[in-house]
Ligand binder design. Structure first.
Ligand SMILES: Cc1ncc(C[n+]2csc(CCOP(=O)(O)OP(=O)(O)O)c2C)c(N)n1
Length: 692
């Protein structure tokens, strides 16, 4: 921090000083990194300043304080704006880190990456995601408030703010999320739109000319437009008005100028994604009356002004703690439950009612088993909340009688499809509508908010529509559960557009995502247990539409072995296998049947159920070698999806029965047969391996 002598400033001058501090801290960091986006911080600094110093309720000394307002910089490319705000208001993000912007090992990566220690709520960068995440955060807030607040005790009471950009509003995910947010009447969601008419490569005149105010009004949002983004009073009034509006989310369209103050780059896309250049930095500083030297200059008056956030924040949290203590006195049970959610703990006995499924040759679809398990879990876990993208009857993801999430004003007219249990914000059935991408982004918002375990469901083939959000969930290490049903060509008549082929492989390609394709009902139950216990990664459950046999676990290994990713389901005589058959999901049935045939021919076969590569890879090598001994090279994997990747497990002497082409429309059993998923084919391919 600079040690310049203190000057007396009028409040208006102090505002300008503080805003320029944000601007030039950002510009200098970008310049030093020789990489980054100076344009957004220059233009958006005033509105960010007003929001952060006059409205945002937060405690920089404890970024995890649960009832803080949430702030999202959806336009993550403007990350230096956020880092400047965090540093200046007293978060644990020292100036050294600002100087290390975009460098190896710093806490100031190119785009914000969720790091609650330093105050970054959520990872943003892929445009539109942050917009969707905020909707999820606002839903989390209103759910927890509805469930836990009591008269006189507004224990959960915070807003979700965001800064969104042209790019955010152009992305489809924002449209989906905005539509749902308007429908849900999320009044505590307030976005400031950095309406600067410039995107990365062009003026928005080339690409984006719709009337956003009208568009958002049509979604059911409250909208306001500000002509001059440097008009602090206007911004102040607009945020006030947005906060007063409790039944509609708010979009404040703020006309700003990208690269504000830069004589040659303002209002050009040249200010968007490259440093201004030394010379232009100097000119910009001169233009805005800022000392050219030293870089990273923070006037003490500005620093002091920003740091008031520490006092305010501490007081706010102390007051909240006192209120929570009184609440705890009056509502000990609720307080205990809420504390558990806040701490991310599973209550004792959470898994006590998970069903065990009796052996049954006719079996049931794993999606049906999943529905039963989910129902049992939901009774014990008030933080478990979610739904499907208009596929509840197919994905079996209704939480019966757990209530439908939404404003009670929506509980009128035709309510077909309601889960029952009342229509309110305390409902745990989220109706996402046909909005998979927003469902993914919203789930990330629900998870990052804290207190909740979100799940979201659709057909596996539509995971493609959610993938960008799933990737970010994995990157952030969020606990989100994906329920993907109709998991292969075995779904049948809907045909190749609906039959996933490459999807499981493509999900396995996402680092940190746990993919589990359980082989029967009991494996499905354990898969859900794993999903609940896995606090730091998303889990995708891959489930069948069609029935699969429920294995007799007195004859086969325990389904609990699923936890290890792959396990010996049935051993060869004397534990001396010559052949290993490996399968996941519905194909486990097939290898079980093939083994019986092969045994008739005296072939010693080991069966391996392999529901999850990721869980298996986490096992020690000794275990992995015990399941798939290197000495047994005749290995056949069977999975109704692309064969890509399976050679890792079958080796160069092994074989894979998979689906390396698109599916076909016919009854599921017929498609499976035509594609070679028959006992005969499995036996034939297996025997061929032995003959090699
Ligand atoms: C999904 C996605 N596509 C593309 C990009 C690359 N990109 C970064 S910023 C940007 C556009 C920026 O325009 P705008 O949102 O108006 O921000 P501004 O230039 O005003 O800062 C693009 C295309 C991205 N970050 N995310």
């Amino acid at each position: 921090m600079s040690t310049a002598t203190a000057t007396t400033y009028s409040p208006a001058q102090l505002d300008q000083l503080a805003i320029n501090t944000i601007r030039f801290l950002s510009v200098d960091a970008v310049q030093k990194a020789n990489s980054g986006h100076p344009g957004l911080p220059l233009g958006a600094a005033p509105m960010a300043y007003v929001l952060w110093t006059r409205f945002l309720r937060h405690n920089p000394a404890n970024p995890r304080w649960f009832d803080r307002d949430r702030f999202i910089l959806s336009a993550g490319h403007g990350s230096m704006l956020l880092y400047s705000l965090l540093h200046l208001t007293g978060y644990d993000l020292p100036l050294e880190q600002i100087k290390q912007f975009r460098q190896w090992g710093s806490n100031t990566p190119g785009h914000p990456e969720r790091d609650l220690a330093s105050g970054v709520e959520i990872t943003t960068g892929p445009l539109g995601q942050g917009f969707g995440n905020g909707v999820g955060m606002a839903m989390a807030e209103v759910y927890l408030a509805a469930r836990y607040n009591r008269p006189g005790f507004e224990i959960i009471n915070h807003c979700t703010y965001g800064i969104v950009s042209d790019g955010d509003l152009m992305e489809g995910v924002a449209a989906e999320a905005a539509s749902l947010a308007g429908h849900l009447q999320l009044g505590k969601l307030i976005y400031l739109y950095d309406n600067n008419h410039i995107s990365l490569a062009a003026s928005t005149q080339l690409t984006f000319t719709e009337d956003c105010a009208q568009r958002f009004a049509a979604y059911g949002w409250h909208t306001q437009a500000i002509e001059d983004g440097n008009d602090l009073d206007a911004v102040d009034h607009a945020i006030h008005a947005a906060a007063q509006e409790t039944a509609r989310p708010s979009l404040i369209l703020v006309r700003t100028h990208i690269g504000y103050g830069s004589p040659h780059k303002q209002d050009t896309f040249g200010a968007h994604g490259a440093p201004l250049g030394e010379e232009e930095v100097t000119l910009t500083k001169q233009q805005l009356g800022w000392p050219v030297e030293p870089p990273f200059h923070i006037p003490p008056e500005a620093a002091q002004h920003f740091r008031q956030a520490l006092d305010c924040g501490r007081q706010a949290e102390v007051a909240w703690n006192a209120q929570f203590a009184a609440y705890e006195q009056q509502y000990p049970e609720l307080a205990r439950e809420l504390r558990q959610l806040i701490n991310g703990e599973l209550p004792p006995g959470w898994d006590a009612h998970i069903p065990q499924f009796p052996a049954d040759a006719r079996g049931l679809a794993t999606r049906v088993a999943s529905g039963n398990v989910l129902q049992a879990l939901s009774v014990q876990l008030p933080g478990l909340i979610g739904g499907s993208a208009d596929l509840n009857p197919s994905t079996n993801t209704v939480l019966k009688d757990a209530g439908d999430f939404g404003p009670s004003t929506r509980a009128v007219g035709d309510l077909q499809g309601a889960a029952g249990g009342g229509w309110s914000y305390a409902g745990r059935n989220l109706h996402f509508g046909v909005r998979e991408h927003a469902m993914g982004a919203i789930s990330n918002g629900l998870a990052t908010h804290g207190g909740l375990i979100p799940f979201s469901a659709t057909f596996l083939t539509f995971s493609d529509y959610m993938r960008p959000a799933m990737r970010l969930a994995a990157l952030m290490g969020l606990q989100v559960v994906y329920v993907f049903t109709h998991d292969s060509i075995g779904l049948g008549e809907d045909g190749p557009s609906h039959q996933p082929v490459e999807h499981v492989a493509s999900l396995r390609a996402i680092p940190q995502l746990v993919v589990i394709r359980p082989g029967d009902a009991n494996e499905t139950a354990v898969a859900w247990q794993v999903a609940m216990e896995t606090r730091d990664r998303p889990v995708a459950l891959i489930l069948t539409r069609q029935n699969v046999a429920t294995l007799d676990r007195t004859q086969f290994a325990s389904a609990q072995e699923l936890r290890r990713g792959a396990y010996i389901l049935a051993e060869a005589p004397q534990a001396q296998p010559q052949l290993i058959l490996i399968a996941s999901g519905s194909e486990v049935d097939l290898i079980v049947a093939a083994r019986l045939k092969l045994q008739e021919q005296k072939v010693p076969v080991r069966l391996v159920s392999m529901p999850s590569w990721e869980l298996f890879e986490a096992q020690p090598r000794a275990y992995r070698d015990a399941v798939l001994p290197p000495s047994v090279r005749a290995r056949l994997a069977v999975e109704a999806g692309v064969t890509q990747g399976w050679h890792r497990y079958v080796g160069d002497r092994g074989d894979v029965i998979g689906v390396d082409r698109f599916g076909a429309s016919a009854p599921g059993a017929v498609v499976m047969r035509e594609y070679g998923f028959t006992v005969e084919n499995v036996c034939q391919r297996a025997l061929a391996l032995l003959e090699r």
